[in-house]
Design a protein around this ligand. Structure first.
Ligand SMILES: C[S@@+](CC[C@H](N)C(=O)[O-])C[C@H]1O[C@@H](n2cnc3c(N)ncnc32)[C@H](O)[C@@H]1O
Length: 214
């Protein structure tokens, strides 16, 4: 199955053979993981009947109904971390990802790996993880069709807080220095230079600081 570069990168980052994909929509990620043979127990959930129906049809067409379970449920309700070591929540806003984790925090803290790919408010997700007993083990950033995507690989635990640019751009990324981050920071810098507002002046300074690390 052909999937987006973003979902392919998420699939590569999965460390465990039991995976729950929360808010699966089309079901592309669990189908890809099952076809690749890198997962032996998969769950695809969605809070909405339409997307879950779409996932069920795609899973059936791929001949994988016996390998990928589906469930209509809100966030982590009814998802047991004892059954699934890795939990993926991707393709949603950071605020929604935070709400899903916050609603079932003790459960979220029992997954061995959380792979989170917020489409916006990534800094809020990084802050939330540190405030709620998670460490960020790895992070990837990629660009696809002109859009930048972050993928955070977190697990239960603690680590030293980041400085402001670490939360805004990703401490791990600032150390790994991927090309996508360099391009992103440069374009943010260009945008911030055109805006006179005070809060943008602070952001501009952060972009300049980040660029010096890259
Ligand atoms: C844009 S799609 C992302 C699909 C896929 N995860 C991806 O990364 O391409 C977001 C999906 O999240 C589902 N969703 C929204 N809120 C949810 C919640 N609280 N629990 C589970 N799924 C939710 C929506 O119904 C939708 O199918």
């Amino acid at each position: 199955m052909k999937i987006s570069k973003r979902l392919q990168k998420i699939a590569e980052m999965v460390k465990y053979p039991t995976v729950a994909d929360i808010g699966t929509d089309h079901g592309h990620l669990p189908i890809y993981l099952a076809q690749r043979g890198s997962a032996d127990k998969l769950l695809a959930t969605d809070a909405n009947a339409g997307p879950l129906g779409r996932a069920r049809r795609n899973i059936a067409e791929a001949g994988l109904s016996h390998r990928v379970q589906t469930r209509l449920c809100d966030g982590l309700d009814g998802v047991n971390p004892a059954e699934y070591a890795a939990c993926v929540i991707s393709g949603m806003g950071g605020g929604l990802i935070i709400n899903i984790l916050r609603q079932n925090l003790p459960r979220a803290q029992n997954f061995r790996q959380l792979l989170l790919s917020p489409q916006r408010d990534v800094a809020c997700v990084r802050r939330f993880l540190h405030q709620c007993g998670f460490r960020i083990d790895d992070e990837e950033m990629l660009e696809e069709k002109g859009v930048f995507y972050n993928i955070l690989d977190a697990s239960p635990g603690n680590e030293a807080p980041y400085d402001e640019k670490g939360y805004v751009f990703g401490d791990v990324l600032l150390r790994k220095r991927p090309d996508a981050l360099k391009i992103f920071v440069k374009s943010e810098l260009e945008k911030a230079r055109k805006i006179e507002r005070r809060d943008f002046q602070e952001y501009l300074q952060l972009c300049e600081e980040a660029l010096r690390c890259l």
